[in-house]
Design a protein around this ligand. Sequence first.
Ligand code: LMR
Length: 328
Amino acid sequence: SAAVLAMAAPMAMADGHGAGCDDGEIVVKFSHVTNTDRHPKGIAASLLAERVNTEMDGTMCMEVFPSSQLYNDDQVLEAMLQGDVQLAAPSLSKFEAFTKQFRIFDLPFMFANIDAVDAFQASETGQAMKDSMQRRGLQGLAFWHNGMKQFSANVPLVDPSDADGLKFRVQNSDVLVAQMSALGASPQPMAFSEVYGALQTGVVDGQENTWSNIFGQKFFEVQDGVTETNHGIIDYLVVTSTDFLDGLDPEVREQFLTILDEVTATRNGEAFAVNEEAKQAIIDAGGEVRQLTAEQRAAWVDAMKPVWDQFVGDVGQENIDAAQAINA
Ligand code: LMR
């Protein structure tokens, strides 16, 4: 039977034990860090659970733990290998300890838009990336989209020199550290759940994220404004452990993966629109959204794109070329 935990789930349910699953059902705990509403990942996770719990009732039971209730992204993959959680969808930036292949997704201005990301992931190279961590016990199942990243800070960001000397929260990724260093900023790796407080108290001055995350976490309320830079992407890998997947009966695995594929196709097609709605919601709530002229944006490209040179050995020139060909 079904258990989709809402954002304010009682703490008693946070251990997830039997919180609505029946005896004999395979329990799939899905831990993630974002909000559930008006968020590409939050909506997709809830839809996946709803379908599994309806169509696989009696066989499989999925419990979703959103908003970092269960684990931060720096804990969830280890928890998965321990068997404490069966499904997660961390951003591709969060897999550094397992693979360096995903660094291509963090390189600034690598992908023109989320459709280009989708096309790259659909290629043979992209699909092979899902299998790249099997040796480490992790199996990628699907890429889920969020969207393009924007910069925000406690001062207006128009020229890249405006970021000089500021502290920026970044996800725990060497590429993002290098990207902020290229701007003369001080990168501060930090868990997602800590960012709002860090911005509010001035531990950091700014951050980069998608419209849906900036809206969902209310970052805009504690920033001067958000500048529409579209300088990078946040995308996810839905991941499980090889142990868990191999332990499923073939028919059960097949049914689960078919549902996941259908949810992926449906929700990835809506990710852009969900972010546009979040952007409008920020504006409606009184948040400042700044546009750049083509010339101003070119200055950000000039400042950050040299970072590619530092990581070409990790990501492969042929993959960079493939991504650029898709953009064109
Ligand atoms: C972040 O840490 O900023 C994002 O990866 C959070 C998320 O899951 O979108």
